[in-house]
Write a protein that binds this ligand. Structure first.
Ligand code: APR
Ligand code: PHB
Length: 392
């Protein structure tokens, strides 16, 4: 088969790859997306559900805002709790901004629909992706699909292939600086067709460990409990999950908890990870391919979206002959925001989780941080400013 020619090859059809492609296509830049999994598989993954307003605005600008406007739920605040100390974080009063509850799965479905309407080539179930010639005017991406070896020839390659993808590994080890922290626990998540325990999210610290009460809509709840990394989903039948959640939520919320069968249950480890720089020759990294945050501040998807924000206009300029200043600055601009979100996610994680090896002092510091938030509007504003999203 002859090679496929395009302007920008995108590896990975998750939210990063799809949103970048959609924004490039709308500006007249051609893309091809290579995705390892089937579309059904990508759309079945349950991921996070909070969008910063900057993310909402970029999705609107990409032409995928309609269903989000109809079905998303703007939230003006959330709750932080420590046993029975309950702190309302009033984002609207503290920052003048809100966030949007709208699942990543829905964002991804909307982007696939928009890309189909635009007629973009999205090749699914590709394997053995190899990226070469990144120092040449035209780079190459070879891959296998349905038993045949194929090739893409392009100006730029963008790695949107998540933490386990090939793009980051294409950058020589001596160029990459990887900075990481792992946490000694994971989150067990459960989705259930029950009304949420509270109309806003509750991030709850307790002596039994952390829990989060979140939601997708008024009839669909998403709950999480902190678990040891050695636990498996099979160790957690529904009744054990609900008991653990009720013990960890503030008593007045636990009393209102409505339980039901779990329709999805999974465990995710918590880690902080950044690989720098985000560019090597004509290859750029975006989203989880370059960085991972623990989910405690809801920053994962939002950081991927801010990477796309910086890169899309830079690539449009480069491809359309308006200069390379944007792509030259991409890595530094994106990393400046990434590190601040790294700090926030680490701070939220450290403040709210019980660490098995923590001493009495560390436990007291966590409680004092929450007590300070309860008392100080300045402290709440600082947290809210990060939660609703730093400016792009
Ligand atoms: N070749 C092609 N596709 C690949 C390869 C590969 N070698 N490896 C992985 N992929 C695909 C995955 O199947 C997946 O669909 O790349 C996609 C990456 O998607 P995500 O992991 O969702 O990453 P991203 O698009 O950057 O989304 C941002 O931030 O914190 C998270 O929950 C948030 O998943 C969201 C992410
Ligand atoms: C979710 O609803 O899945 C969710 C919400 C907030 C977080 C993490 C996950 O911080």
């Amino acid at each position: 088969m002859p090679p496929i020619r395009t302007q920008v090859a995108i590896i990975g059809g998750g939210p990063s790859g799809l949103l970048l492609s959609q924004l490039l296509n709308r500006a007249g830049v051609e893309t091809v997306i290579l995705e390892r999994a089937s579309r059904a598989h990508v759309l079945a993954r349950v991921r996070a559900g909070i969008l910063e307003w900057g993310s909402v605005e970029l999705l609107r600008q990409a032409g995928v805002g309609d269903r989000m406007a109809a079905q998303g739920i703007p939230h003006e605040g959330c709750y932080l709790a420590d046993e029975d100390l309950v702190i309302r974080m009033d984002f609207q009063a503290l920052t003048g901004r809100r966030v949007m509850v709208y699942g990543q799965t829905e964002v991804t479905a909307d982007l696939y629909a928009a890309q189909d309407a635009a007629g973009t080539t999205i090749l699914h179930q590709v394997s053995d992706v190899a990226i070469t010639d990144l120092d040449q005017p035209r780079s190459r991406v070879s891959f296998s699909q349905a038993g045949a070896r194929r090739e893409l020839i392009c100006h730029y390659v963008v790695g949107c292939d998540g933490f386990h993808g090939v793009s980051r590994q294409t950058i020589p080890a001596e160029i990459r600086r990887e900075v990481a922290r792992t946490y000694p626990f994971g989150w067990l998540g459960l989705l259930s067709e029950t009304p949420p325990v509270q109309e806003e999210l509750i991030y709850s610290s307790s002596r039994h460990g952390f829990a989060l009460a979140s939601m997708r809509n008024p009839a669909l709840s998403r709950y999480y409990v902190q678990v040891p990394l050695t636990d498996r989903v099979e160790d957690w039948p529904d009744h054990r999950f609900w008991d653990a959640l009720a013990r960890r939520l503030p008593a007045e919320a636990a009393a209102r908890l409505i339980t039901g069968p779990g329709i999805e249950k999974s465990i995710a480890p918590l880690r902080s990870f950044v690989s720098e720089p985000l560019r090597w020759g004509n290859l750029f990294l975006v989203g989880d391919a370059a960085h991972i945050v623990p989910p405690t501040g809801a920053k994962g998807l939002n950081l991927a979206i801010s990477d796309v924000f910086y890169l899309h206009s830079a690539l449009i300029d480069a491809v359309q002959g308006r200069g390379t200043a944007g792509i030259d600055e991409y890595s530094d601009r994106a990393l400046a925001r990434i590190w601040k979100a790294m700090r926030f996610s680490w701070q939220m994680t450290t403040m709210l989780h019980r660490f098995d090896d923590e001493d009495a002092f560390a436990a007291r510091m966590r409680r004092a941080a929450l007590a300070h938030l309860a008392q100080s509007e300045t402290a709440r504003r600082e947290l809210a400013e990060n939660y609703i999203g730093l400016p792009f």
